[in-house]
Design a protein around this ligand. Structure first.
Ligand code: C2E
Ligand code: MG
Ligand code: MG
Ligand code: MG
Length: 289
C-alpha cells in the first residue's frame, strides 16, 4: 500500500537501520550539507479532537530526502544528528519552517491550530535555545501559545538541570510543553512532576495493544485518568484502527493522532485537507435550518 501511494506520502524509507549503521560516517558527512542542499522536508500530521474528529493541531516531523538514497527516516538520521551536534541547526530549521507554515495556514484559513515540534535533549541542553525560539516566534509572528514543544524522556533530568530550566523558560515565553512517548522512558513520572507539562502523549506501543493486551489497556486508562487529575491534556499516538478510537473515546482521551485519520502529509496535501475542511464547514453553514 505504501508503495502504491508513492513518494508524495513520504512513507517509503529506502535506508535500513543496518545500512545506516554500516555507513554512519558517510551519512553524517552528507547530513552536514542536507540543510544547505535543500534536502530536508517537514511533513505535518493532524491531531484531532476525540469526540468531533476536528483538527486541533498538527505535529511537524522532519524528513531527509537524500538524492541517491531516497527518503531517510528520522529514526535513522536524528541519532546521527545528535551525535554530531548537527541536531541544533536542523532542529532550528524545522522549527522555523514549521512556524512559518503554521502562520501561513492561520492567515489563509483563520484557524488557530496548535503546532507540535519535537525537541531533542541535545537542543534542550543548549543555553541559546530560548533565544532561538524567541527569535523564530518574532520572525514568523506565530503566537507562542500555539507552539508546543515535544520532549521525550530519553535523558535523566537529574543530570540535566539546564533542561529543566530551559523548559520553564520556554513555558514563561508562553510555549506549551508535551511529554512525548509517555510511559516508555525510565523517568515518566519524574518528568511529569518536575516539568511544566501541558500535555501527555501516550506512546504508540501502548495504543497498538488496545484490544490485544489488557495490561496495556490498563496503562492507557490509568494514564488518561492521571493526566486529567493533574489537569493535563492527553493525546494518543499511533491510532490506527476503529477499535483504538472506540476505546480511547470511551475512556476520555482528549485528542488522537494516527494513520486512522491521516498520515503525516507534505505541506501541499495538508493545505488541501484544510481547504476541504473549510469547504465542508461553509456548506454546512449555507444549508437551510
Ligand atoms: P514521535 O515524535 O513520537 O512522532 C510520532 C511518529 O509516529 C512519527 O514517526 C509518525 O510518522 C509516526 N506515526 C504517526 N501515526 C502513526 C500510526 O498510526 N502508526 C504508526 N506505526 N506510526 C505512526 P516519524 O515521523 O518516523 O518520526 C519518528 C521519530 O523521530 C519521532 O517520534 C521523533 O522522536 C523523531 N523526530 C521526527 N521529527 C523530528 C524533529 O524535527 N526533531 C527531532 N528532534 N526529532 C524528530
Ligand atoms: Mg513527537
Ligand atoms: Mg511519540
Ligand atoms: Mg517517538
Amino acid at each position: 500500500a505504501a508503495k502504491h501511494q508513492g513518494r508524495n506520502t513520504f512513507q517509503i524509507y529506502e535506508v535500513s537501520p543496518e545500512y545506516a549503521q554500516q555507513h554512519g560516517m558517510a551519512l553524517k558527512t552528507r547530513l552536514r550539507h542536507a540543510e544547505g542542499n535543500g534536502e530536508l522536508r517537514v511533513v505535518y500530521q493532524p491531531q484531532v479532537n476525540t469526540e468531533t474528529e476536528d483538527i486541533m493541531g498538527m505535529e511537524a516531523l522532519v524528513r531527509w530526502e537524500h538524492p541517491e538514497l531516497g527518503m531517510i527516516s528520522p529514526a535513522v538520521f536524528i541519532p546521527l544528528a545528535e551525535e554530531s551536534g548537527l541536531i541544533v541547526s536542523i532542529g532550528e530549521w524545522v522549527m522555523r519552517t514549521a512556524c512559518r507554515q503554521a502562520k501561513e495556514w492561520e492567515q489563509r484559513y483563520g484557524l488557530r491550530l496548535r503546532l507540535g515540534v519535537n525537541l531533542s535533549a541535545v537542543q534542550l541542553m543548549e543555553p541559546q535555545l530560548l533565544d532561538t525560539v524567541a527569535a523564530v516566534l518574532r520572525e514568523t509572528g506565530l503566537d507562542p501559545t500555539l507552539l508546543e514543544m515535544e520532549v521525550t524522556e530519553s535523558i535523566s533530568i537529574k543530570e540535566a538541570p539546564n533542561l529543566v530550566e530551559n523548559l520553564h523558560a520556554l513555558h514563561r515565553l508562553g510555549c506549551h510543553i508535551a511529554i512525548d512517548d509517555f510511559g516508555t522512558g525510565a523517568a515518566s513520572l519524574d518528568y511529569l512532576r518536575r516539568l511544566p507539562a501541558d500535555r501527555i502523549k501516550i506512546d504508540q506501543s501502548f495504543v497498538r495493544n488496545i484490544g490485544v493486551d489488557p495490561d496495556d489497556e490498563a496503562i492507557v486508562r490509568a494514564t488518561v485518568e492521571m493526566a486529567h487529575r493533574l489537569k493535563r491534556a492527553v493525546v494518543a499516538e499511533g491510532v490506527e484502527i476503529e477499535q483504538h478510537l472506540q476505546f480511547l473515546r470511551q475512556h476520555g482521551c482528549d485528542e488522537l493522532q494516527g494513520y486512522l485519520f491521516c498520515r503525516p502529509l507534505p505541506p501541499v496535501s495538508f493545505d488541501k485537507l484544510l481547504a476541504e475542511r473549510q469547504r465542508l464547514l461553509e456548506a454546512r453553514v449555507a444549508e437551510p435550518a
